[in-house]
Design a protein around this ligand. Structure first.
Ligand SMILES: NC(=O)c1ccc[n+]([C@@H]2O[C@H](COP(=O)([O-])OP(=O)(O)OC[C@H]3O[C@@H](n4cnc5c(N)ncnc54)[C@H](OP(=O)(O)O)[C@@H]3O)[C@@H](O)[C@H]2O)c1
Length: 255
C-alpha cells in the first residue's frame, strides 16, 4: 500500500452539480480519472451528455441527470436516480452557482432571491437529501464550492457574497453535526478562474490587472488547477479533515 492508493476513488459514486461546463466539468473529470463513477447534474442536457460520453472513455460510468437545482423535486430525482444506478452516494460536489451584478442600493430583490436559491438554498437541500443516504451507508464526503467572497468583500455582488459567506458557515456547521455519521463536509474556495461566470471580469482590463496585482502566482486559475483539491477532499487521504475551506487561489488571500 502506498499513500497514493488513499487518493484512488475506484468504484465510488460521485454527484457533481453544475457539471455542464467550467469548474464543475473539470472536477467531474478529475473524480473520474481517480476511478469514481460520476453523476453529472445541470440544466444543459446536451452539454451533460457530451461530457458523460468523454468521461466513459476513462472506463467509469457516467450518468447525465438534467437538473434545475432551484426545483426541490428535481433534487429528489437526482438523488433517486443516483441511488437507483449505483446503490450509494460516496461524494457530493455542490458546485452549481450563479451571480447577478447591480449596485447594492438598487439591487432587485428577485435577483437576490434567485442567487441565494441557487447558491445556498439548493446546497443545503441537497446536503440533507444526500446525507440521509450517506448516513444509511455509513459515511461519505461532501464538498461545497465557496469563493474568495466567502472571506473578502467586493462591490456590486451582495447576494453572491452573502451566499458564499453562507457556504463557509454551512460547511462548518454540517461538519460538526455530521462527523458522528462519518460524513466529512469541506469546501473548495476557488480564486479567479476564467469561466462563463467570470468572462465579463476577465475582459475588464482594469479589474483584470488589479486581480493579477494581488495574486502571488501571477496568472488566473485554470479549471484543471482544482483537480488535485477535489480528489483529495473526496478521498480517504482527507479522512481526518472536516469543516475546512481549501482555497485554491494562487495566493490571493495570502497577500
Ligand atoms: N470561476 C471562478 O473564478 C469562481 C471563483 C469562485 C467560485 N466559483 C464558483 O464555482 C462554481 C462554478 O462556477 P463556474 O465558474 O464554473 O461557472 P459557470 O461556468 O457559469 O458554471 C456554472 C454551472 O452551474 C450550473 N448552474 C447554474 N445555475 C443552475 C441551476 N439553476 N440549476 C442547475 N445548474 C445550474 C451551470 O449549468 P447550466 O447552465 O447548464 O444549468 C454550470 O454548469 C460556482 O459555484 C461559482 O460560484 C467560481
Amino acid at each position: 500500500m502506498s499513500v497514493l492508493d488513499d487518493f484512488r476513488l475506484d468504484g465510488r459514486a460521485s454527484i457533481v452539480t453544475g457539471a455542464s461546463r467550467g469548474l464543475g466539468k473539470a472536477m467531474s473529470e478529475a473524480l473520474a480519472e481517480a476511478g469514481s463513477h460520476i453523476v453529472l447534474a445541470a440544466r444543459s442536457e446536451e452539454a451533460l451528455n457530451t461530457i458523460a460520453d468523454g468521461i466513459q472513455t476513462l472506463g467509469v460510468r457516467a450518468l447525465a441527470v438534467p437538473t434545475h437545482v432551484e426545483k426541490e423535486e428535481e433534487l429528489d430525482r437526482l438523488v433517486e436516480q443516483t441511488v437507483g444506478e449505483f446503490g450509494r452516494i460516496d461524494v457530493l460536489v455542490n458546485n452549481a452557482g450563479t451571480t447577478a451584478r447591480h449596485p447594492a442600493i438598487d439591487f432587485p430583490i428577485e435577483e437576490w432571491d434567485r442567487v441565494l436559491a441557487v447558491n445556498l438554498r439548493s446546497v443545503f437541500l441537497l446536503c440533507q437529501k444526500v446525507a440521509r443516504v450517506m448516513m444509511r451507508q455509513g459515511g461519505g464526503k461532501i464538498i461545497n464550492v465557496a469563493s474568495l467572497l466567502s472571506e473578502v468583500g467586493v462591490g456590486l455582488i451582495p447576494p453572491y457574497a452573502a451566499s458564499k459567506g453562507g457556504i463557509r458557515q454551512l460547511t462548518k456547521s454540517l461538519a460538526v453535526e455530521w462527523a458522528e455519521h462519518n460524513i466529512c463536509v469541506n469546501a473548495i474556495g476557488p480564486g479567479y478562474f476564467r469561466t462563463a461566470l467570470t468572462e465579463g471580469l476577465y475582459q475588464d482590463r482594469e479589474r483584470y490587472e488589479q486581480i493579477i496585482d494581488r495574486l502571488a502566482i501571477k496568472r488566473w486559475g485554470r479549471p484543471e488547477d482544482l483537480k488535485g483539491a477535489v480528489v483529495y477532499l473526496a478521498s480517504k487521504a482527507s479522512d481526518y479533515v472536516t469543516g475546512q475551506v481549501l482555497y485554491v487561489d494562487g495566493g490571493y488571500l495570502a497577500g
